[in-house]
Design a protein around this ligand. Structure first.
Ligand code: PEP
Ligand code: MG
Length: 566
């Protein structure tokens, strides 16, 4: 059976189908309001006590953050508007069950109808609260999953956060549900407790029977019912390897990022939304190497104003507490369209009116972003990065704009970082060819290999027929990377990489040998990148690089790199 892989790992165990309690009731009107109100308030009180206990348990099994999700339910039911509406219906003669249900259903319907995934998730929280309080009002028996035997795989239509909170982590081998996805709370909790999980497996609670053996593959989103001995052996090995791998990675938390012979590198994180900075901290990232600000402009109908942007940038700076935060100015165009910006339809969007080109032609909008960035720079180590640069004039124009805005801010008495660093993304063939010129006017470089590969190889990032050419292993791309790093070194400026290649285990020895200073990767790849860097010495990396740079095709490069993996 196939579903959505929501929490990594492999689990093998016996099924326990979690039955939902029977919450049917007959709605009554004309009730004694005083009595019903008392019943309702006492049920809410019990609910709060139960929820606090559950949160306490989650805090121990997962973390404070996950416990807060559960405690959020108390805040919701105590919200004056929500509780006011429920009590109003009770005062009008409805029974507690029916008042609670109709108000919760109304809230859930409003949340479900929005476009925002996270708000839609709130609908399942409201349903969860409703069912919990209903079960107290109706005295409905709840299955206690806390005492489930060892190696239990929980199977449910929808595993609510409060059910998940009753999980005894040591005994649960996996979780399978019929609904939900990566952002469901039960998925978030499963990840925090490191329990493999697969969500959205159709009719799984009907299909699987209590006590039968099942495999949960939380990496590929697969559930195997009544597996053969061969499958059990295969997955037991996968599970052992995965546990080993995870243990090995967690060793790297709190360590410096350096090669065997002590050459240090900076290991930063790529983010798209301010909140993701928390993830960067959780995974021990040493800074933000790329904040893709275009995501602030998406999912809305007008551009974010200066204060909105200022709040977002300041938030990241504060979360990162003086660690470097590289914020890239709007990289719109190419495959990243923003409908309200009314960009013209183009024959070749990747070669057209994109990023810095668009921004410099829409100066007011661009100045708003630069002003927000400068204001936020007073709160941390913010650095500005320019995308899709092809000539030095673009850098000069942006520097001029920044100077003008700085002088305005000074006159208005608004604080900003006077020596703010302005760097350039090297991701076009032109920028690579003039890297020596750009280096003289940039405070740092960051190599965007996602685009650099596209522009060096003249191959559309998204074209399936030409995809065989889209690889950073091509000697052309490797030479480009080597050249860019050399130019940065000669000019004495730091050079990082924020494209996907920075976390490619096979390429890392080459990057060490070329002298890359900073690796910026997704939060999930931080520890594996630190691990790979720390497995190589400069001498070994140089020897491999010398061989690699002599071969003539991408296949040969890949073969050599694969063979030499640690
Ligand atoms: C890149 O091009 O490598 C890069 C990091 O930017 P994006 O993927 O956002 O184009
Ligand atoms: Mg790019």
């Amino acid at each position: 059976m196939k579903g959505i892989a929501t929490s990594e790992g492999y689990g093998i165990g016996k099924v326990l189908v979690v039955k939902e309690p029977n919450l049917e009731f007959t709605p009554k009107t004309g009730c004694n309001a005083e009595q019903e109100l008392k019943r309702y308030r006492s049920a809410v009180e019990k609910f709060c006590i139960k929820t606090e206990k559950a949160a306490e348990r989650v805090k121990l099994a997962a973390s404070e953050k996950e416990a807060e999700i559960i405690l959020g339910h108390i805040l919701m039911i105590k919200d004056p508007y929500m509780s006011g509406e429920i009590e109003k219906l009770i005062e009008n003669g409805q029974c507690a069950e029916s008042a609670l249900s109709s108000v919760c259903d109304m809230f859930a319907a409003v949340f479900s109808s929005t476009d925002d995934e996270l708000t839609r998730q709130r609908a399942s929280d409201v349903n969860d609260i409703k069912n919990d309080i209903l079960s107290i009002l109706l005295g409905a028996e709840e299955q206690d999953i806390f005492d489930a035997p060892e190696n239990t795989v929980l199977v449910a239509k929808d595993l609510t956060p409060s059910m998940t909170a009753r999980i005894n982590k040591a005994n649960i081998a996996g979780i399978i549900t019929e609904t939900g996805g990566k952002t469901s709370h039960s998925a978030i909790l499963a990840r925090a407790m490191e329990i493999p999980a697969v969500h959205s497996v159709p009719e799984v609670a009907e299909k699987l029977k209590n006590g039968e053996t099942v495999i949960v593959d939380g990496n590929d989103g697969i559930v195997i019912e009544s597996p053969t001995q061969k499958q059990i052996d295969e997955y037991t090995k996968l599970r052992t390897d995965f546990i080993e791998y995870r243990k090995a990675l967690s060793k790297y938390i709190g360590r410096e990022t350096k090669t065997v012979d002590g050459i240090k590198a900076e290991l930063a994180v790529n983010i798209g939304k301010p909140d993701e900075a928390n993830k960067a901290i959780e995974c021990d990232g040493e800074g933000i190497g790329l904040f893709r600000t275009e995501f602030l402009f998406m999912d809305r109908s007008t551009p974010p104003n200066e204060d909105e942007q200022f709040d977002a940038y300041k938030r990241v700076a504060l979360i990162m507490k003086n660690k470097p935060v590289i914020i890239r100015t709007l990289d719109v165009g190419g495959d990243k369209g923003i409908s309200y910006l009314k960009m013209p339809k183009e024959e070749n969007p990747f070669l057209g009116f994109r990023a810095i080109r668009y921004c410099l032609k829409n100066e007011d909008m661009y100045k708003t972003q630069l002003r927000a960035l400068l204001r936020a720079s007073a709160y941390g180590d913010i650095r500005i990065m320019l995308p899709f640069v092809t000539c030095v004039d673009e850098v000069r124009t942006v520097r001029k704009l920044i100077k003008e805005i700085m002088s305005d801010l000074s006159q208005e008495g608004i604080a900003y970082k006077e020596d703010i660093k302005v760097g350039v993304m090297i991701e076009t063939a032109a920028a690579c060819m003039i890297a020596d010129i750009l280096a003289k006017e940039s405070d740092f470089f960051s190599i965007g290999t996602n685009d650099l590969t596209q522009y060096i190889m003249s191959v559309d990032r998204g074209n399936a027929d030409a995809a065989y050419l889209y690889s950073a292993y091509n000697p052309a791309v490797l030479r480009a990377i080597k050249h860019i790093i050399k130019c940065a070194k000669q000019a004495g400026i730091p050079v990082g990489m924020c494209g996907e290649a920075a976390s490619d285990k096979k390429l890392i020895p080459l990057l060490i040998s070329f002298g890359l200073d900073e690796y910026s990767v997704s939060a999930a790849s931080v520890l594996s990148t630190r691990k790979t860097i720390s497995e190589w010495s400069k001498r070994e990396a140089d020897a491999l690089t010398e061989q690699v740079m002599k071969v003539e095709t991408a296949e040969e490069v890949e073969q050599l790199l694969s063979k030499s993996q640690k």
